[in-house]
Ligand binder design. Structure first.
Ligand code: C2E
Ligand code: MG
Ligand code: MG
Ligand code: MG
Length: 279
């Protein structure tokens, strides 16, 4: 779509558009290289019990390294991976890697759950269930220790087929959570249709609860509603004691955020587990 045309038919937006696709092209090349040369990594962020404070799980988050340096953030490279279809391979890699790691921790006496983000294209791509089932069989991970994080966009995308797939995954024993809850506009009314075990409250809400009375009220309402539907509620992006206290009092069951630990490499996470005494 051409947005504007100059006097001699010159398209003012063309340079910017081609620049953008050059950046995306560069990321695509880096992603392909990383897949072939084993340069993708997962970091793990602690998920803690809101009341007791100990680690009960980890969210696996992708990191992309170029010659040992982190050059692009997930918010930069995940959209490119989606556009190019590379997300299917990358997401499969992440799922297998996270399951192997969780299985190792389970064997070492830390049966924590592992959460893996799944993007819309990856989820809709034919054979998602078979791949998931294969990875569970291959790694021997107890499926109840695996949680898939999906966004509302993914859940809304495929109609009845999507809901059936979600049910099938849950029947396999895998937990489902609705990520970034509150950002979509149909959240509240659609919630009862989504067969999910947990809601993750978007960081933007958590950020403002201490300063903004309306955000605080909405957050309280979301937590109350989720609890009445028998779902776990996880707050994302908890950075301060004030936020943590508010969320705990409001009935939030779990928390994640820099207050409890940023995403970290597996060796670091293991140290945390040991100190945690999570046996
Ligand atoms: P998300 O799944 O909602 O993950 C939470 C993001 O918030 C992570 O960013 C995490 O590092 C960050 N975060 C956690 N605690 C705090 C905090 O206290 N304060 C602040 N400011 N940020 C916090 P990250 O790792 O950059 O990932 C961004 C997004 O990229 C994720 O959002 C997820 O949507 C996507 N992503 C990451 N890894 C994967 C993956 O393996 N597959 C897919 N499909 N998407 C992924
Ligand atoms: Mg997530
Ligand atoms: Mg999130
Ligand atoms: Mg997010």
């Amino acid at each position: 779509e051409v947005k504007n045309q100059g006097r001699d038919g010159y398209c003012f937006y063309a340079p910017e558009m081609s620049q953008r696709s050059a950046a995306s092209q560069r990321i695509e090349n880096v992603l392909r290289h990383a897949l072939m040369h084993d340069e993708l990594r997962l970091q793990y962020q602690p998920k803690v019990d809101a009341k007791l404070g100990h680690i009960v799980g980890a969210e696996a988050l992708l990191r992309l390294y170029v010659q040992g340096e982190e050059m692009f953030t997930p918010d930069q490279f995940i959209p490119v991976a989606e556009d190019t279809g590379l997300i299917v391979s990358i997401g499969t890699w992440a799922l297998r890697e996270a399951c192997m790691q969780a299985r190792t921790w389970q064997r070492e006496g830390h049966p924590i759950s592992i959460s893996v983000n799944v993007s819309p294209l990856q989820f809709q791509y034919a054979g998602f269930y078979e791949r998931l089932d294969g990875i569970l069989n291959e790694t021997g991970l107890d499926p109840s220790l695996l949680e898939l994080e999906l966004t509302e966009r993914t859940m809304m995308s495929g109609g009845d087929g999507t809901i059936r797939l979600l049910r099938r995954i849950r029947q396999r024993g895998v937990r489902l959570s609705l990520d970034d809850f509150g950002t979509g506009y149909n959240s509240l009314s659609y919630l009862k249709h989504f067969p999910v075990d947990a809601l993750k409250i978007e960081r933007a809400f958590v950020r403002d609860i201490a300063q903004d009375a309306e955000t605080a009220a909405i957050t309280r309402a979301i937590i109350g509603m989720a609890r009445s539907l028998n779902k776990d509620v996880i707050a994302e992006g908890v950075e301060t004691e004030v936020q943590s206290a508010f969320l705990r009092d409001a009935g939030c069951s779990h928390m994640q955020g820099f207050l409890f630990g940023a995403p970290m490499p597996p060796e670091k996470f293991e140290e945390r587990l040991t100190i945690n005494g999570n046996l």
